[in-house]
Design a protein around this ligand. Structure first.
Ligand code: 6MZ
Length: 348
């Protein structure tokens, strides 16, 4: 990559809104985890997709391997702190991390301790003055059905109250080919009624039109991927109309979609469809560890693929602030930071 562009995109202040914790583990952190658990015989090549493309199903196999490596409070604390510091080093000023609470009988990990440990990592980074604001979304894995979803929402409600606003909402994710959103509606409605923000993976694969119609009626506060919403790729105008009418921002992850083969190549990414219409879109990484990328690289790829000038990229990163689930005061602070940094960049 071009060094000058590399520096520009690293320095550009950025907002990351779609980052799954266990998918974001870097090669360096992975090495530490592998050393801690030599008996598992896991090779670094099994935890990331360095080159080439995989099916989405193969990507989900990678998460299973990573989950074996990250199964104790100690692991989660290290992983979360490393991930937060890496995003900060890449110029991310505001991060919304998401993760699925897991219990592990081997290590005595409970779902509550899981969330508390991520929160502890966020607090420790703040105390260490890492230059980034972090919030947390509790993730519901769609595979686990109605009861687990409801249980997760209750845990998220408790944590939202207990953490003074560090838990801001709920994510719906997991293998899109498994389960149906209709079974999760009661849990999602409850979360919304208790003041949680909803970031839902929608139409990540074709043939989810019916589910997307249903979930868009909530409506969610943000959409993850939304790859197959528009009619040109098998979605429908009615889906597009709902997204546009409610002005629901889309979290777009270029490399993830290309490597996971839901999009044929960068130039055919649906970024173009929504960006051209002036709809709010936010460039994100999804799983920076698994897909071997960084947010600065995703910005650079979007700019080079779609011919966007640096000013347009400044605008894109700044507009992402309004799509965050941060409280109004923090949004204002972030906007000031952007203005200051932009002035500074123009003087240089
Ligand atoms: C849907 C995804 C995903 O929660 O253990 N996840 N869900 N689509 C994707 N596109 C590639 N990438 C990651 O992080 C890993 C979990 O995040 C979800 C999956 O549920 C995966 O198991 P956590 O921190």
């Amino acid at each position: 990559m071009d060094c000058e562009a590399d520096a520009f995109y690293r320095q550009l202040p950025k907002v990351e809104l779609h980052a799954h914790l266990n998918g974001s583990v870097s090669v360096q952190t992975m090495e530490k985890l592998i050393c801690r658990k030599p008996d598992l015989n896991i090779e670094p090549s099994m935890t990331a997709i360095h080159s080439g493309r995989r099916t989405l199903d193969q990507c989900f196999q990678v998460f299973k391997v990573i989950h074996q490596l990250v199964d104790s409070e100690e692991d989660i604390l290290m992983v979360a702190k490393d991930v937060i510091k890496e995003f900060a080093a890449d110029g991310v000023k505001y991060l919304e991390l998401r993760s699925t609470p897991r219990e592990e009988t081997n290590t005595g990990l409970t779902k509550r301790r899981y969330v508390e440990t991520v929160i502890e990592a966020i607090r420790q980074c703040k105390n260490e003055e890492v230059d980034i604001d972090v919030r947390f979304l509790v993730a519901v894995d769609r595979r686990n059905g109605t009861d687990v979803a409801m249980e997760t929402v209750k845990l998220a409600e408790d944590m939202m109250l207990a953490t003074d606003g560090l838990v801001v909402g709920l994510d719906l994710s997991g293998d899109p080919t498994v389960g149906h959103g209709r079974d999760l509606l009661p849990a999602l409605e409850r979360a919304k009624n208790s003041g949680m923000k909803l970031a839902l993976h929608l139409s990540e694969v074709p043939s989810q039109c019916e589910e997307s119609e249903l979930l868009l009626n909530l409506p969610p506060h943000r959409i993850g991927h939304g790859t197959f919403l528009h009619p040109e790729v098998g979605g429908s105008q009615s889906l597009v109309d709902k997204v546009v009418k409610n002005s629901i921002p889309l979290e777009l992850c270029l490399t993830s979609n290309v490597k996971g083969q839901t999009v044929p190549c960068y130039s055919k990414h649906h970024f173009q469809y929504w960006y051209q219409r002036g709809h709010p879109v936010v460039i994100c990484t999804d799983d920076k560890g698994v897909f071997c990328t960084e947010l600065s690289q995703e910005y650079q790829l979007a700019a080079s693929t779609f011919g966007l000038a640096p000013e347009a990229m400044w605008r894109l990163s700044q507009q992402a602030i309004d799509c965050t689930f941060a409280p109004e005061g923090l949004k204002q602070q972030l906007k000031q930071t952007w203005t200051q940094l932009q002035r500074q960049a123009l003087r240089e």
